[in-house]
Design a protein around this ligand. Structure first.
Ligand code: ZN
Length: 147
């Protein structure tokens, strides 16, 4: 099982999905970094009608951080902000609290569940997701239908 997980992580690291710039004037551009490991990234996101229409990233860093960004973009692309916040919550509690992940929900990202035991690497796995959360918070217009 562990071996299979490592292969999934290396696959995303070597061939990151949704890698590159988003050439759209309306795209949100958010640089983000994880100083504890030296991982850096730029998140590009296009929000439309409460939905992530498109998302891409660029960056460099350790295999955990880059694989996690790749898996994150795959998971949240074309999902609603509400669905995305549930994914964010589930991924974060898998890393921070060691919560049992649902493979049907987190898909390839369950391969990072072992990072829970590596406390010093939590921020590597979480970087892409924190960037995502931050860029959603900066655009509260997408959350206005809560009231
Ligand atoms: Zn790292």
């Amino acid at each position: 099982m562990e071996q299979l997980y490592r292969q999934t992580i290396m696959d995303h690291y070597k061939q990151p999905r949704n890698y590159g710039k988003l050439a759209d004037d309306d795209a949100i551009v958010l640089p983000y970094k994880n100083p504890t490991c030296g991982d850096v990234m730029i998140l590009y996101m296009l929000l439309q009608d409460d939905c992530i229409q498109d998302i891409k990233f660029e960056g460099s860093g350790c295999s955990i951080s880059m694989a996690s960004c790749s898996m994150m973009t795959e998971l949240v692309k074309r999902k609603s902000v509400r669905e995305v916040s549930q994914l964010l919550e589930q991924f974060t509690s898998m890393i921070k609290e060691g919560a049992e992940p649902d493979e049907d929900v987190l898909e390839d990202a369950v391969s990072l569940s072992g990072v829970h035991k590596l406390r010093g690497r939590h921020n590597c796995a979480l970087m892409g997701w924190q960037a995502l959360q931050k860029s959603l918070e900066q655009h509260p217009v997408t959350l206005e239908n809560h009231n």
